[in-house]
Design a protein around this ligand. Structure first.
Ligand SMILES: [Ca+2]
Length: 407
């Protein structure tokens, strides 16, 4: 049912004229090696999450970036049209952002940067659907801005360097999900018509085939590198910052014709609002389920973060305790060593003065003996002298050991 419904999103008469390598549309049924839905021919990066009925570039959560980048260049197609069908919605009543960018650049892969998630030195064209009016941009803000760069400079949104190219659409391309009239079938469209030397950007905020011209850039070839299209690839990027929104892509269709009448005929768009109740219910369910899943994952992430923090704190406390204990132990051992040294020194000093006294007595006795009886007493004196020398040596060696802390 969902598949047949979403196939209606495909332009009804687009057979033959569509450039398949550059196009995709829900439902997404291909899965990658991790079992996740993917978009054939496109690199899915960052926070992008491919669901069955839509591609979520960012959830309604701060600081997210998601991109889709075409694996193949558009090549030497001289003229074409590219139509992006998207839905921007979220919980924010008045504050939300940042938006979706449709890029045609010579980056072979998405290059992260500061212009709605993309490197400001790109060579090519960026169409920025900007849902947040930065105060610093003042009157240079446009809800849709067309940026052009030859790759030799860096470009910035909202500066006074050159008049901004683009248009304002109000809140026509963004929905507040808490409103009763919110519907997943309310989508918006923007398209780029690429002529031989001119590009046109048009908007269809309610996707009901009411296209309004938003910007025209003449002499486009002179503003881009030579043979630009040969190496140019499409990219679609969603970003959130301090403010957030769900940035969803429903389809991207590239046709090898740029004349407005022809493209309009190709894109006779069966409105999603005409879909039957059951199909709408399925789409709505997937949309709601994705929000609930994202909230649960975010909560789990936060809890894990808290657990890590607690573990870190316990480890710090343990480390501090161990450090304190070790330094106390070291101090105590040093004190004990000092006390021991002092006691030992006193004891040794006492013993040595005792030995010295005894030696003196012995020497005196020996002298007396020598003086009284002559030569036969000499061996005793020699023996005493040897004993005294051994004692003195032993004492010195003992002191040395004590000093070396071996005892
Ligand atoms: Ca902005």
């Amino acid at each position: 049912m969902l598949r047949s419904l979403l196939l209606l999103l495909l332009p009804l008469l687009a057979t033959g004229d569509i450039i398949k390598s550059q196009s995709f549309a829900a439902p997404f049924t291909d899965v990658d090696r991790n079992g996740q839905f993917t978009v054939p021919g496109w690199v899915v990066q960052g926070d992008t999450d491919v669901k069955s009925g839509f591609i979520r570039l960012t959830p309604d959560r701060q600081s997210k970036r998601g991109t889709l980048w075409s694996r193949e260049s558009i090549g030497a197609t001289p003229e074409f049209s590219a139509t992006l069908t998207f839905r921007i919605s979220g919980q924010g009543k008045k504050l939300f952002g940042d938006g979706i960018g449709l890029w045609l650049t010579q980056f072979t892969r998405q290059q992260q940067g500061e212009v709605h998630g993309i490197d400001a030195s790109f060579a090519g064209v960026g169409i920025i659907i900007d849902t947040f009016k930065n105060a610093e941009h003042g009157s240079n803000h446009r809800d849709v801005t067309v940026l052009i760069n030859d790759g030799e400079q860096t470009v910035e949104l909202g500066t006074d360097d050159s008049p901004p190219i683009g248009c304002n659409v109000g809140d026509a391309m963004r929905q507040h999900e808490d409103r009763d009239d919110f519907s997943v079938t309310n989508v918006s469209r923007i398209r780029l018509l690429w002529g031989k030397n001119k590009i046109t950007v048009e908007t269809d905020p309610s996707a009901n085939n009411e296209w309004t011209q938003c910007a025209v850039v003449n002499n486009i070839q002179a503003k881009l590198p030579k043979q630009f299209l040969k190496k140019a690839r499409f990219g679609i990027a969603g970003t959130t910052g301090g403010l957030a929104d769900n940035h969803d892509v429903i389809s991207f269709q590239v046709h090898d014709d740029h004349s407005e009448a022809k493209v309009a005929a190709l894109e006779q768009h069966k409105e999603l609002s005409e879909t039957d109740d059951m199909s709408r219910l399925i789409l709505d369910l997937e949309h709601q389920l994705e929000s609930i899943t994202e909230k649960i994952q975010n909560t789990i992430g936060k809890l894990q973060g808290q657990e890590d923090k607690i573990e870190e704190r316990v480890k710090t406390i343990e480390d501090n305790l161990m450090d304190g204990l070790q330094s106390k132990l070291e101090k105590r051992i040093t004190n004990l060593e000092r006390q021991f040294d002092r006691k030992l020194a006193r004891q040794v000093s006492k013993s040595s003065s005792g030995i010295k006294g005894e030696m003196d007595e012995l020497r005196e006795y020996a002298e007396n003996l020598t003086g009284d009886s002559g030569g036969w007493k000499m061996p005793f004196f020699v023996l005493f002298a040897i004993v005294a020398a051994a004692l003195a040596y032993g004492y010195r060696h003992y002191r040395y050991l004590v000093k070396s802390h071996l005892l």
